[in-house]
Design a protein around this ligand. Structure first.
Ligand SMILES: Cc1cc2nc3c(=O)[nH]c(=O)nc-3n(C[C@H](O)[C@H](O)[C@H](O)COP(=O)(O)O)c2cc1C
Length: 220
């Protein structure tokens, strides 16, 4: 018989690191890049995974995980089905939240911003770099719509494979019109580092009148 742990007794005191103003880069993009690199260097699983929060048609929030694929100065890019639930929600309300949790590093980053679609050329460049099965997967899934069974999904994939056989060429599967990238242009960033006794470090970057970013420490 397995022992049941009472979940209200699960607690962890964050001791790993601290975050002070002098540790912070002037640019939140550079600060983010350092933390992402730390997560990669530490060998964390899925270091680029982020929760994308959007505004639903009923005004309530919705959330799901997506993978960060590019982080040029100015935006955070991910790829998905434009007709999915999130795609429809972002078409109506481009304001989104992104949340990275690197729990092994006791770190969290919360970004708020506005999304726009990337160019078709940029989506193609990424799409053609994906493995054949992933490219077929994009065609095979009417993402977020009801499907009867797993068999039905496999049949949709087989149909796409027959239509676009694997010639080995990057563009043997074309980019679907309904699939591509979004870029989130951040309006604020919050960096959180867990501290002992729930005395965590939290800093928010927001645009200052000067055009630079102002950095404010928040109560945890
Ligand atoms: C680790 C992880 C990574 C994921 N990455 C993506 C992604 O990059 N793009 C995507 O469309 N869905 C991704 N998904 C699936 C989404 O979380 C979600 O189920 C799907 O996009 C449908 O969301 P929607 O119905 O809210 O539009 C990922 C899921 C997990 C758990």
């Amino acid at each position: 018989m397995s022992q049941h742990t009472s979940i209200d007794s699960i607690r962890h005191d964050y001791q790993r690191d601290s975050l002070g103003r002098s540790d912070l880069q002037a640019s939140p993009f550079e600060q983010f890049a350092i933390w992402l690199q730390d997560a990669i260097d530490d060998g964390l699983p899925e270091p680029t995974a982020m929760t994308l929060a959007t505004i639903g048609a009923d005004g309530g929030p919705t959330a799901r995980t997506v993978l960060l694929k590019d982080q040029p100065q100015g935006g955070f890019t991910f790829y998905t089905n434009y007709e999915s639930r999130k795609g429809q929600e972002m078409a109506a309300h481009p304001q989104v939240g992104l949340l990275f949790l690197w729990k092994e590093l006791e770190r969290q980053v919360h970004i708020r911003g506005v999304v726009e679609k990337v160019s078709r050329e940029e989506s193609e460049n990424y799409f053609f770099s994906r493995p054949y099965a992933s490219r077929i997967g994009a065609w095979a899934s009417r993402q977020s719509q009801e499907i009867e069974s797993r068999e039905a999904l496999m049949a949709q994939a087989a149909e796409a494979e027959a239509r676009f056989p694997d010639s080995g060429a990057a563009d043997c599967v074309p980019l679907p019109d309904f699939w591509g990238g979004y870029r989130v242009k951040p309006s604020s960033f919050e960096f959180w580092q867990g501290g002992p006794g729930r005395k965590h470090d939290r800093f928010i970057y927001r645009p200052a009148d000067s055009g630079d970013w102002e950095i404010i420490r928040l109560n945890p």
